[in-house]
Design a protein around this ligand. Structure first.
Ligand SMILES: [Fe+2]
Length: 346
């Protein structure tokens, strides 16, 4: 395969129907997820460090860091606008294959079924894109201070938690730590409407109780949580704005599909031309080669200096030569526990 077709090829794999998937495709997904976590960890650390160094002397207490969540209320005018924005979005069936190739997505069929079972989804309207910044911009500094990083919008999602007997079960999302969830509730959140149930960093179990026009920002990969619903609930409309750490804050809304969550790699195409190997496409393609197995991370019996090796491209490598796949390495009890752990979509 010509190396330029690698991205196209991988993109096609990710769009395959469930039945057409091969075990090798899962391997590629997993490799990508591991590389993603490594890069986001480094990016998160650097973004935090940069924020603290840019705000000296640094003495900002953060309730978000202390408790794992914060809430707030919009004013009356903003609350009305929030309702208007939600109403302008039309309900649509969930399309789990609506995601950008550059973005982390939920690939599992059983999770897609669960997402449909628990939530109704809505198409973000033009009105949403035009007017939502009026609600988000005033929160810019507060969100910076609480996160102790500058931030951008990773993704948006408009949904409603349905009245259902059970939701996902408590779980942590186990995603990049520099990525957090911000929910806006046009009708509020409580036991009658539907809410979010979380265990804060001090071990307290909380059912979020907020009036119409409120918001919740929580550390979805550090605090166990689940959507709260019951058959008697009326349904909880939600506008989800997912944020990610960066070196400058930009509240511009970013939407690349209902199942797009955050960029696999903490780099976005800014159209910036740098030089040779560091333009966006070059850099991205190089990482794809690495994760596709077109690089050697192997044992060696002699030292090499970087100039003596290429770490990303070996034409003769067989991309899909894999070892035996271990099946059922997790016992039945553990498996159930892990299953709950990773049902993360709220
Ligand atoms: Fe979750």
């Amino acid at each position: 395969m010509h190396e330029k077709n690698l991205k196209k090829y991988l993109n096609e794999i990710e769009q395959l129907s469930y039945d057409s998937r091969l075990p090798e495709h899962a391997t590629l997904f997993k490799n990508k997820a591991i590389m993603s976590k490594m890069l986001w960890d480094v990016h998160y650390y650097n973004a935090k460090k940069f924020y603290k160094e840019s705000n000296q002397p640094f003495d900002q207490p953060s309730s978000l860091e202390k408790n794992g969540y914060i809430t707030g209320e919009l004013n009356e005018k903003e609350s009305l606008l929030l309702k208007e924005i939600f109403s302008s979005c039309k309900q649509i069936p969930l399309d789990p294959f609506e995601f950008s190739f550059d973005y982390f997505y939920e690939p599992r069929e059983n999770l897609h079924r669960d997402m449909e079972r628990v939530n109704n989804y809505f198409q973000p309207s033009e009105f949403f894109f035009n007017k939502f910044p009026e609600l988000l911009d005033p929160l810019k500094i507060l969100i910076e201070k609480e996160n102790q990083f500058y931030w951008k919008v990773a993704s948006c999602r408009i949904f409603e938690v349905k009245p259902v007997e059970r939701t996902q079960g408590f779980h942590k999302d186990a995603q990049a730590l520099g990525y957090k969830k911000l929910f806006f509730f046009p009708d509020g959140a409580n036991k009658n409407i539907g809410s979010t149930n979380l265990i804060d960093k001090n071990g307290n179990e909380i059912i979020i109780d907020l009036k119409p026009g409120s918001w919740l920002l929580f550390e979805n990969s550090l605090c166990a949580h689940q959507a709260y619903s019951s058959e008697d609930c009326v349904g909880r409309p939600t506008i989800e704005i997912d944020i990610m750490c960066d070196f400058i804050t930009d509240t511009k809304l970013n939407y690349t599909g209902v199942n797009s969550w955050y960029p696999w790699f903490p780099v976005l195409d800014g159209g910036l031309k740098t030089n040779e190997k560091f333009d966006y496409d070059e850099l991205y393609n190089r990482n794809l080669k690495r994760l596709a197995g077109l690089c050697n991370i192997s044992k060696s019996d002699e030292y090499t200096f970087p100039c003596e090796m290429s770490d990303f491209y070996e034409v003769s490598d067989e991309t899909f030569s894999i070892g035996p796949i271990k099946k059922d390495t997790i016992g039945p009890i553990k498996k159930d526990k892990w299953f709950k752990w990773f049902k993360w979509f709220e």
